[in-house]
Design a protein around this ligand. Structure first.
Ligand code: ATP
Ligand code: MG
Length: 203
């Protein structure tokens, strides 16, 4: 097909700390990709999650990237995004969308967030730029029923509701409860290889 006739690529950007990535993230990514017919869904690993800094020790970005890459390795259309880690410094979605716009000229971008993150959209750096550069997609997150900004043209996608969080998983690690089926075996292998979460009580 001549380039002029090619359909624009549809790319989802699902940002997070992914400390660690879990079944809630993966089920969301796969189902949003399917529902919106996205060519690519990037799980964009935050370098410095500025809204979380200071509240707890955050696993180094490269280790979080390795966990996400392991989690999506065999999944069609899902990829770990290293753009924010490569850029260094604080991670702002507005900058990431600009970078992706340059990397994939003409692509349609979709910013994907759970209810909790959607509710905080106005606290994001240059929120207007995020909203103008991408379609805003929100998914239900059990336990979070926030009011969404009515000025944003949200696309809501139904995904299976899984009440799982990374915070929850770190607590499980701490007291030795099983993580099976909440994270993939590949993620557990990276955790073991790299000795992650050791300071949180994991051998
Ligand atoms: P933490 O507890 O450390 O904040 P988290 O589980 O909330 O971790 P994040 O990396 O903060 O994961 O979230 C990245 C994105 O994934 C956010 O948009 C968040 O709303 C969404 N998300 C996380 N868990 C779920 C879930 N179980 N269902 C739907 N969306 C989720
Ligand atoms: Mg969170």
């Amino acid at each position: 097909m001549p380039p002029g006739d090619a359909k624009p690529l549809r790319i989802g950007v699902f940002g997070g700390t992914f400390d660690p990535p879990h079944v809630g993230h993966l089920v969301t990514a796969v189902n949003v990709r399917h529902a919106l017919d996205l060519d690519l869904m990037l799980l964009m690993v935050n370098n410095v999650p500025w809204q979380k800094v200071g509240s707890r020790p955050i696993t180094p970005a490269r280790d979080r990237l390795a966990m996400v890459a392991a989690a999506v390795a065999d999944v069609d259309g899902l990829e770990a995004g290293d753009h924010e880690i490569e850029a260094g410094g604080h991670s702002f979605t507005a900058d990431t969308l600009a970078t992706l716009g340059a990397e994939y000229p003409g692509a349609e971008l979709f910013t994907v967030v759970g209810d909790d993150a959607a509710a905080g959209i106005r606290t994001w750096e240059r929120a207007d730029e995020v909203i103008s550069r991408s379609r805003m997609v929100v998914v239900d997150r059990p336990g979070e029923h926030a009011e969404l900004d009515a000025d944003v043209d949200w696309v809501r996608v139904e995904v299976p509701r899984l009440e799982v969080s990374s915070t929850d998983l770190r607590a499980r690690w701490n007291d030795g409860r099983p993580l099976d089926y909440l994270v993939t075996d590949e993620v557990l292998a990276v955790v073991a290889e790299r000795g992650l979460y050791a300071s949180e009580g994991v051998a």
